[in-house]
Design a protein around this ligand. Structure first.
Ligand code: ASP
Length: 364
């Protein structure tokens, strides 16, 4: 029988090849409007948001329409329907939206059973005096607003969760599955994410889009199922205005994906917009936020042997003039692929390589 260790060290984990970063990071963006910038899983989402703005849509409605594509897609297992559940096997979603022209924002956290948390966040913004609703209160609010309640746990996400659960401890009553007989969907998940959900349960993913329309009006939206197998009730940065998303209609919009706990501690979205106020380009402002995280992360368990944050985190930003940028802590993703981001503007929708602080890939 193949041991789990052998299995992990061979088939499951794609190797990282040093120096395979590809072309120099792009982004800096010349200041064309309209423009949308976002996480690499949001390529089609950015394209749709751009089309909507070109057709006259408000920038917030445009980015939410884009994000909805990914929330609805079970193949993206880090957002909305099909997202990886918490440690009890329950999908809990976080999202926030911010609208530049009105200066308003809305958010939901630990929302169960509603596949478009970004739309619920917008309803919080538009129809309440509050910014953030959580858990059962957020769910009740969504139901009162006519959002359908659905089972968000797909069979694939359930199998991945079960695999994690069965492997969790040799001391509980769950027996470890035979690694040579892994379910094909679990194998596919390990291949796609480049890491094993048991060996590396801290895996995550999110969609963020920031947009600037033809008039220079700004908006942002972030949506996620959060850290894989998180503790029930855990809320990351994606529902926190000022962290996972922030917009100042006179300056710019910014957002984040990656280790939410690190972003919350520096209020990354707000910090980036303030750096834009200080005259930094969106790309340099994103790098500034990463440097702040690198300076302030002290816990050894989060650092590599050279004292660098060992986790993935990325920032995305657009300025009022339409300049855009993105930066990642690491040049490569856990899978070994280059860190990239999505952009849509008059040149079309495309992925560009990230600016980054460190060459290599995150190890936690
Ligand atoms: N930022 C998200 C969170 O912490 C996860 C991610 O983007 O990977 O919930």
């Amino acid at each position: 029988m193949v041991s789990r260790r052998m299995f992990l060290s061979s088939a499951a984990l794609a190797p990282f090849v040093a120096g395979a970063a590809g072309p120099t990071a792009t982004g800096g963006g010349g200041g064309q409007r309209p423009v949308v910038v976002g996480s690499s899983n949001g390529l089609r989402a950015a394209e749709l948001a751009l089309e909507r703005m070109k057709a006259g849509a408000d920038p917030l409605d445009a980015v939410i329409a884009g994000v909805n594509l990914v929330e609805d897609d079970p193949k993206d297992m880090s957002v909305g329907y099909g997202g990886i559940p918490n440690e009890e096997g329950v999908v809990q979603l976080d999202a926030c939206v911010m609208h530049g022209p009105s200066g308003r924002a809305g958010a939901v956290a630990a929302l169960e059973g509603i596949k478009n948390p970004s739309r619920v966040a917008k309803a919080v913004m538009e129809t309440t005096d509050h910014i953030l609703l959580v858990g059962p209160g957020a769910r009740r609010f969504a139901e009162m607003n006519g959002f359908p309640v659905e089972n968000l746990l797909t069979d694939k996400a359930r199998k991945v969760w079960l695999y994690w659960k069965q492997n969790l401890s040799a001391k509980d009553k769950w027996l470890e599955p035979d690694p040579s007989k892994l379910d094909p969907e679990v194998q596919e998940f390990i291949r796609d994410y480049g890491r094993d959900p048991f060996r590396d349960p801290r895996s995550h993913g999110t969609i963020h889009l920031s947009a600037c329309d033809g008039r220079g009006d700004l908006a942002g939206c972030t949506s996620t199922s959060g850290l894989f197998f998180k503790m029930p009730g855990r809320v990351g940065d994606s529902s926190l205005i000022g962290a996972g998303c922030f917009v100042d209609n006179g300056l710019g919009a910014a957002g984040s994906t990656g280790r939410g706990e690190a972003n919350i501690l520096v209020s990354g979205g707000h910090l980036i917009v303030e750096r834009i106020r200080a005259g930094r380009s969106p790309k340099d402002a994103c790098l500034d936020a990463l440097r702040r995280i690198a300076e302030t992360t002290k816990e050894k368990r989060l650092l590599d042997e050279r004292g660098r944050p060992a986790f993935p985190i990325s920032f995305y930003a657009v300025s009022k003039s339409g300049a855009y940028g993105m930066a990642a802590m690491w040049s490569h993703r856990p899978s070994g692929k280059p860190s990239q981001f999505a952009v849509a503007d008059a040149q079309g929708a495309r992925l560009e390589n990230a600016a980054y602080l460190y060459e290599g890939k995150p190890t936690i």
